[in-house]
Design a protein around this ligand. Structure first.
Ligand code: HEC
Length: 402
């Protein structure tokens, strides 16, 4: 992909210079071409107070980092919604750059990153408010959560009693967080009180990045800068349990900060909404050799008339990619799996299947010298499990029946 984009950019620039030496074409400028692109693809996070470390709201801010931005965009590292899919999109901003957008960016940087019309105001960040409107119910942890200044990223789970809202039908949820650069994602599930240690849970307990639940317990995922999690109209997910379990991912950034958050719940207003369901594709038994690679193939199925709504991949540090196909069509493919970006993979448009459909998933794992992105090669074989040094091979699939 990077190759194609770079090659296309190079040929296009040569093409302009050699084949059409006198072709009149407006020069690419920040104001006319780059600002709209950055606004669409970057601004949900790169704003003052957003989840990203610096804003990209003005010409000066973008120009200062134009080379780094180009590298991040052309390698599809940014925006971080790194899945590509033949079906629709997962991110409001449209995910990674298209080849045309890549060319535009190249031309702009090669032309010296000109500003163009200077009378433009800075881009306005979206307000830090509930995106889905006022929630029907707001839950939060019992105690203030303080993040220590030093340390590795970590996951912590909190148990939040549902009280009178147990058994209700959920239409959507979102978080409001104190520090979106510290609280980077959250996974929500529903459980019965007896199944977890509630006393421990109220204060929060550390996890290795996964809840040892079966798929039916999941609700969805959330991350700052991503769209809020909500189901299509007249669909809902029943809260079959008496408490919510929320697993939050924290990334300490060198100072003591608040890890506080609130979860806003929206209940269905429909009298008989269609129920959304989770099913899981994956394997519970495998061994990743040391050193070595492993590709795991697993099958699942959707009934005739099903609508595919979203995905929740679960894998850890030795995973390099996850793919999902239905026949020839790609439903999901990570360009590189990142356990720290437990992204929100919810189809903005549900995918409709007329016939009963077989789903084929492929999980790739690396435990050899090529595994560039992960923390280190293990001298021991990697086994399934919930600790950080274990692996998981699961793709939870959210769908609704006809
Ligand atoms: C969903 C949120 C989000 C979006 C959208 C997003 N970024 Fe980022 N960006 C981040 C976060 C978070 C970081 C900090 C990196 C980290 O900690 O993982 C970051 C880091 C960066 C960096 C610094 C990387 C480094 O190695 O220092 C650049 C450059 C960047 N982003 C450019 C962009 C550009 C350009 C866009 C739009 C095409 C974009 N980002 C869209 C969240 C986002």
């Amino acid at each position: 992909m990077l190759r194609t984009a770079l090659f296309a950019a190079a040929t296009s620039v040569l093409g302009l210079a050699i084949v059409h030496p006198s072709a009149k074409r407006d020069a690419v400028t920040y104001t006319a071409d780059i600002k709209p692109l950055v606004d669409k693809k970057c601004l949900s996070c790169h704003v003052k107070g957003g989840s990203a470390p610096f804003p990209l709201q003005t010409y000066a801010q973008v120009k200062k980092r134009s080379d780094l931005c180009r590298r991040m965009m052309l390698t599809h590292t940014m925006p971080p919604c790194s899945a590509n899919s033949d079906y629709g999109e997962f991110c409001e901003g449209g995910g990674p750059l298209s080849d045309d957008e890549g060319i535009l960016l190249q031309e702009w940087i090669q032309a010296g990153a000109p500003e163009g019309n200077t009378s433009q105001p800075a881009s306005v960040p979206p307000a830090n408010d509930w995106k889905l409107g006022k929630p029907d119910r707001v839950l939060k942890p019992l105690n203030h959560v303080e993040i220590e200044e030093e340390g590795r990223p970590f996951w912590r789970a909190f148990v939040l009693p549902l009280g009178k809202d147990a058994g209700r039908k959920l239409r959507g949820f979102e978080l409001k967080v104190d520090q979106p650069q510290v609280l980077r994602s959250a996974t929500l599930a529903v459980a019965r009180d007896g199944l977890i240690d509630t006393r421990r849970g109220k204060e929060g307990f550390n996890t290795g990045g996964s809840l040892d639940f079966d798929a039916k317990k999941y609700i969805g995922t959330w991350a700052p800068g991503y769209p809020a999690w909500d189901l299509p109209k007249n669909m809902a997910l029943t809260l079959n349990g008496d408490c919510l379990v929320i697993q939050v991912f924290y990334m300490p950034r060198g100072k003591a900060e608040s890890g506080d958050f609130e979860v806003g719940l929206h209940f269905s207003k429909d009298s008989k909404p269609v129920e959304a369901e989770w099913t899981t594709i994956g394997k519970e038994e495998f061994i990743i050799p040391a050193p070595g690679n492993l590709v795991i193939k697993a099958k699942g199925e959707l009934p005739a008339g099903a609508r595919l709504l979203g995905l929740l991949p679960e894998a850890r540090f030795y995973c390099s990619s996850i793919r999902l196909h239905a026949g020839q069509q790609t439903l999901f493919a990570t360009r590189r799996w990142d356990p720290y970006w437990a992204g929100v993979y919810r189809y903005l448009q549900p995918v409709q299947f007329k016939e009963r459909t077989e789903l084929n998933a492929e999980f790739s794992y690396d435990n050899d010298i090529h595994m560039g992105r992960n923390e280190g090669r293990s001298p021991d074989p990697i086994l399934p499990g919930y600790r950080e040094k274990d692996e998981l091979c699961r793709l939870h699939v959210l769908f609704a029946r006809r």
